[in-house]
Design a protein around this ligand. Structure first.
Ligand code: PLP
Length: 420
């Protein structure tokens, strides 16, 4: 077999992803909860952190802790180098054209608020329309409602069908010259639906609208390329991609970020300050007032390094296999209804069980060492559409195993007996 044939043979039959080996990188998974080995299926809420991320944060505090950009000493230089190095890593990771287009925020929520407030206040006029999907997380609805109330713009919901799929025809019919912003989740945290972002961007741009993509639930599952998506803004949280909490990213098209006014005032975001008038710093610092979460940024950089060395295509196939296995098992449970059955889904099994309130089920599963999320998942409008107060949500990551899925359904069976 020549080299090329060997490669294509390997691609035809990809080696199985070794979740058991990868799990060993995550110290938190090696514990018992309520007397049982932990089964962590709450990855859509937050992912666990590999040893290298924990080490990077601890190393920073042990050896390099200092404020960034301002110091005239070695520790400040080291901290600044690590901090700006992480920005370059993240820019490279999402294929941004330049690191200056990567703005640090506290997370997805703050990134959306930044755009809604800064871009929205300067761009929106009475009668303008902002479209969000009916399955958005509250953090991609409420900031737009707030800016709409100040500017006279309107927030409208793009319909979602009974399988949890975005109605693309309805979206097309809604588009006109008054639509200024389409704010859309790449993946729904409540249903797992993957939205056709490339198509949405193309359609929105055709009427002159801007597109913000909420990538909170995407970046942990596959490689995102902001330039090929051609979106105007892309936002995500470090803690949903194996990095620390308290740090996230706003990526934006350079000309839009350049034109946007500052979001918050303070140190770092200025060029010069006087009572006669203040001038603002260049990108990305214009949007980074105050001392940033330096350790968080360095931890996020380490998470990016970790993901770069992971077989991401294999991880994605493994997660998909887990989801399909779980969905099959769900079909066999009497009284179980899956919420979100779109043909294009990732990682999330959301369900309700006849006779069991999601919160009670969550507690009964926890008693057996199985961690899931229950409630409306900060997506009340889509829960209302399904006529339910909330669901039980099991969400998978690449370190989950088929055994974890079996444990979930065994625990559910026990919980069911308890309920009747
Ligand atoms: N958007 C989506 C789709 C989410 O799943 C979440 C968190 O669950 C958020 C936004 C908010 O993220 P954060 O709380 O990290 O700001």
């Amino acid at each position: 077999m020549n080299d090329l044939a060997a490669v294509s043979a390997r691609e035809d039959k990809p080696e199985a992803f070794d979740a058991e080996r990868v799990r060993r990188d995550f110290p938190i998974l090696q514990q018992q909860v309520n007397g049982q080995p932990l089964v962590y299926l709450d990855n859509a809420a937050t992912t666990q952190k590999p040893e290298c991320v924990i080490e990077a944060i601890s190393d920073y505090y042990r050896h390099d802790n200092s404020n960034v950009h301002r110091g005239a000493h070695t520790l400040a230089d080291r901290a600044t180098a690590a901090f700006e190095g992480a920005r370059r890593k993240v820019a490279d990771f999402i294929h941004a054209a330049s690191p200056e287009q990567v703005i640090w925020t506290r997370g997805t929520t703050e990134a959306i608020n930044l755009v809604a407030s800064s871009w929205g206040h300067s761009e929106l006029r009475p009668g303008d329309r902002i479209l969000v999907s009916a399955m958005e997380h509250h953090s991609n609805i409420v900031p737009w409602q707030i800016v709409a109330s100040h500017t006279g713009a309107r927030v409208e919901a793009i319909p979602v069908d009974s399988s949890g799929t975005l109605d693309i025809q309805a979206f097309e019919a809604m588009l006109d010259g008054k639509v200024r912003m389409v704010a859309i989740g790449h993946v729904s945290n409540a249903l797992g639906t993957v939205n056709p972002v490339v198509e949405i961007v193309r359609m929105a741009h055709a009427v002159g609208a801007r597109v913000l993509v909420d990538g909170a639930q995407a970046v942990g599952h596959w490689q995102v390329d902001v330039q090929s998506l051609d979106c105007d803004f892309y936002v995500f949280s470090s803690h949903k991609m194996f990095g620390p909490t308290g740090i996230g990213v706003l990526y934006g098209r350079r000309e839009l970020l350049d034109a946007m006014p500052p979001y918050q005032g303070g140190g770092e975001m200025i060029e010069s300050v006087s009572f006669a008038g203040t001038t603002f710093n260049k990108l990305p610092y214009k949007f980074e007032a105050g001392t940033p979460d330096i350790a968080g940024v360095i931890g996020l950089g380490a998470a990016v390094d970790y993901l770069k060395h992971l077989d991401r295509a294999g991880a994605a196939r493994h997660e998909q296999a887990l989801l399909e296995y779980a969905q099959k098992k769900a079909q066999a449970v009497p009284g179980l209804r899956v919420i979100g059955t779109s043909g294009h889904k990732v990682s999330v099994l959301s369900f309700v069980l006849e006779g069991g309130h999601p919160a009670d089920l969550g507690m009964l599963l926890d008693q057996q060492g199985v961690a899931v999320r229950t409630g409306n998942h900060c997506a009340q409008p889509i829960m209302d559409q399904f006529g339910i107060p909330g669901t039980v949500r099991a969400s998978f990551s690449f370190y989950n195993t088929f055994d974890d899925v079996d444990r979930l359904f065994a625990a559910l069976e026990k919980a069911r007996q308890f309920l009747v």
